[in-house]
Ligand binder design. Sequence first.
Ligand SMILES: Nc1ncnc2c1ncn2[C@@H]1O[C@H](COP(=O)(O)OP(=O)(O)OP(=O)(O)O)[C@@H](O)[C@H]1O
Length: 606
Amino acid sequence: MPDHLSARSFLGVFRFSARALELVWSTNRALTVALALLTLAAGLLPAGIAFLGAQIVDAVVAAHAALAADGGASLRWVFTWVALEGGLVAALAGAQRGLSLCQSLLRAQLGQRINVMILDKALTLELAHFEDSEFYDKLTRARREASSRPLSLVMRTFGLAQHAVSLISYGTLLLRFSPWAVLVLLLAGLPAFLAETKFSGDAFRLFRWRSPQTRMQMYLETVLAREDHAKEVQLYGLGALLLERYRGIFDTLYRADRDLTIRRDSWGFGLGLIGTATLYAAYAWVAVTTVAGRITLGQMTMYLMLFRQGQAAVSAILAAIGGMYEDNLYLSTLYEYLETPVAARGGRAQHGPDPADGIRFEQVGFTYPGASAPALDDINLHIRPGQSLALVGRNGSGKTTLIKLLARLYMPERGRILLDGLDLRAWDERTLRERIGVIFQDFARYQMRVGENVGAGDVRHFEDEARWRKAADKGLATAFIDTLPGGFHTQLGKWFHDGRELSGGQWQKIALARAFMRARADILVLDEPTAAMDAEAEAAIFEHFRRLTGGRIAILISHRFSTVRMADQIIVIQDGRIVERGSHTQLMGRDGHYAHLFSLQAQGYR
Ligand SMILES: Nc1ncnc2c1ncn2[C@@H]1O[C@H](COP(=O)(O)OP(=O)(O)OP(=O)(O)O)[C@@H](O)[C@H]1O
């Protein structure tokens, strides 16, 4: 846990209470008001009941004395007080039931609201955030714990108010017995409270400390129990090994939890005993006073009850404060996540000064966060509209990174990238995204209908069947889609009933179709789009790709030189730098890296 949290003053940690209340209030005002009123009622009624209890005993004693003195007794008062107390008890039960009803309703609404807030925020984040493990921890913590905390905090605040009202009313009645009694009542619970606060802080630190392990646990659950991993887990017999690791993590976490729970409960019990001892000392005091005849039997019953309930109220108040402290700590993770600064999303430009200029990289360099060496260094290139560019290079040479920079998923660290003569940073994000259609190697396979998987390429036409078909034609996907039982409406993926699985090449055709959904995109980027396709399909795709590119820019990453050679311009990247460039013929003439790689592959085909 960072120092700034541990060093905060005790009161400072209550800083989220007002925000939690605001959150609950804005989620449902009527329920919040009902909750407040019921809390007040539930706070006041117990003192009333104790007071009536004393009246009953005294009325009984008086009636009994009257009976002994003159043989006649009126039970009118006894019955009145009994009936009144019965009424108050019923009202208290109603108030408590109402409280729990309001709580359940609010809990559901608030949980949903906070989850939406968390997901909404996730939409504004940059790719780099998701790749940063520390940040990912924040997200996991927020999702796991924080959604129930605001209501809990508010309930505890209300609970605190309720018990405080009770305590004040008990105190008022007890004052008639002795002001010291009130003081004893208040002080008896303090030690238990201090212990509770300390352990709440410890529990939170534990929770924070073990975030990475909890994340690993969740990940192992996914690997062990999800269909997309099942194949490998079975073939390689990974199951037992991973389960063992899963158990190991649990054991470590459990040990820490157990130790804390044992310490928390032992201290709680020991310090709680002080409270009990105080309570019984007070009982003896009240009994002695009654025997001495200074208070009536009815008053004795009332004071005993006030002590007992008063002590329960003090404990409840202290526990509520301890709980609030804990809720506040957890909420701090939610707000830490929600307030993660997000860089401004570029400018507002919809056009560049020179549409005929296309794409330019000027001395672009980029290093991934946390990496020691740059993934790209001093990249210069220029592609005009109507031209195609192929990127070749070994695994890890930086090809995909270059595309990510072009798509503005990351910002270059050095140099700049221009589109139509304007720095990418100045472009309006939506306009930019509309102009670029990218399919990455690891494109998403949505467990949705086939058509929606294509439609995902253009949210405005997500449901447009005519466009699905057109795009699928271009991606050469129509032929196999038509053989599926529901055509474009076939559900994909095993998470759902009747979901179909596709072959690797079929998925790639879907992904290509998705890229072609962007009818308005004039920059089309395919990162190894055809690796899983058969040779015939690949040849057809590229023929199509070339015909389609009139006035557009096509960028292609491929390890297949038969397709690479078709590009107007070929760039060879090595360790993040451009080492060769030119057309196929030029590069073959140069007899360098490209020619070497090309002939290696050509030999394989001979
Ligand atoms: N998200 C990331 N965070 C940190 N480093 C990364 C990330 N993605 C890639 N790298 C590193 O950056 C370098 C370039 O990766 P890149 O994905 O651009 O290679 P590539 O040329 O596309 O490789 P391939 O042919 O295998 O697809 C590699 O060394 C890789 O380890």
